[in-house]
Design a protein around this ligand. Structure first.
Ligand SMILES: [Zn+2]
Length: 277
């Protein structure tokens, strides 16, 4: 009898063990639920983070300062004595305060083109949260001198500065855009590498405008310069862009159009966002 009871006890023990196993399974199942809850919480957090990121992405240039230098001015030609005054352009170069700029063969002036692109660019940058400093906002006056154009970006502690131009070359078949990047001078040494990095980004993005790279200046659309006061004297990263050859009928026709001007502004904006991201 005692032996039988022992057998029964063993049998009960096995049953209890089986029951514990079952309970254990239930416990794992609960643990899975718990994981699901955690996963759900994580998903919620991820969604929140994603939402925050999306908000930031809408304003990628918040807190950034961009200086836009629209080349030349409408009154320069009528103030030749003023714009011909010699200034120290840095890097041992002395040159005129500014020039009147060029124009297309059918009379569209460079200073109008540069201001139009500058304003389109200003709107794009501001919409993305940037603080924009404009060297000029109309074409009524003369100057400022190239020294002042650099100083405006410097004083604003701009994160990037861009000088917008149209080139002038009368040789047949010469067309396309090129980016002028600084040679290193005593003044710009700290920012010349960043300027060159931005210049490459700008060259790449500007191809989207449909304007080809220059077939007469620079290498693959990039040309280092050591004689430009706007670059030599800049203590913030800065490049110039010659958006096309205004003396070439094909380039000039593009540069007159609102569509190209907007496209040029968008290309510059893209490079700015890439550079400052
Ligand atoms: Zn120019």
């Amino acid at each position: 009898m005692r032996f039988r009871l022992t057998i029964m006890s063993l049998a009960l023990g096995v049953l209890l063990l089986a029951a514990c196993g079952s309970a254990s399974s239930t416990s794992i199942s609960k643990s899975d639920e718990s994981s699901t809850t955690e996963s759900s919480t994580t998903t919620t957090l991820a969604t929140t983070t994603s939402s925050t990121t999306t908000t930031t992405a809408k304003l990628p240039l918040t807190g950034k300062v961009v200086a836009i230098d629209a080349g030349h001015n409408g009154g320069n030609a009528a103030h030749s004595a003023d714009i011909n005054q010699l200034v120290d352009a840095g890097n041992g170069v002395t040159k005129a305060c500014d020039t009147s700029g060029t124009a297309s063969n059918d009379g569209y002036p460079e200073y109008e083109f540069t201001l139009s692109v500058a304003k389109d660019l200003q709107a794009l940058l501001q919409a993305q949260g940037a603080t924009v400093v404009m060297v000029r906002t109309d074409s009524a006056g003369w100057g400022p001198c190239i020294t002042q154009r650099a100083k405006i970006g410097n004083d604003a502690h701009a994160d990037i500065a861009i000088s917008i131009h149209g080139d002038s070359n009368d040789a047949a078949g010469t067309r396309g855009f090129h980016v002028l990047v600084p040679q290193t001078t005593n003044v710009n040494a700290a920012v010349a590498p960043a300027s060159n990095r931005f210049g490459t980004l700008l060259r790449d993005s500007f191809l989207t405008t449909g304007m080809p790279v220059s077939n007469y200046l620079g290498t693959n659309g990039i040309m280092p310069r050591g004689d430009l006061g706007g670059l030599n004297l800049s203590t913030v990263p800065k490049v110039f862009i010659e958006c096309g050859n205004m003396r070439n009928a094909t380039d000039a026709s593009m540069m007159r159009s609102d569509a190209f001007q907007q496209s040029a502004a968008e290309a510059i904006d893209t490079a700015v966002v890439q550079f400052l991201s």
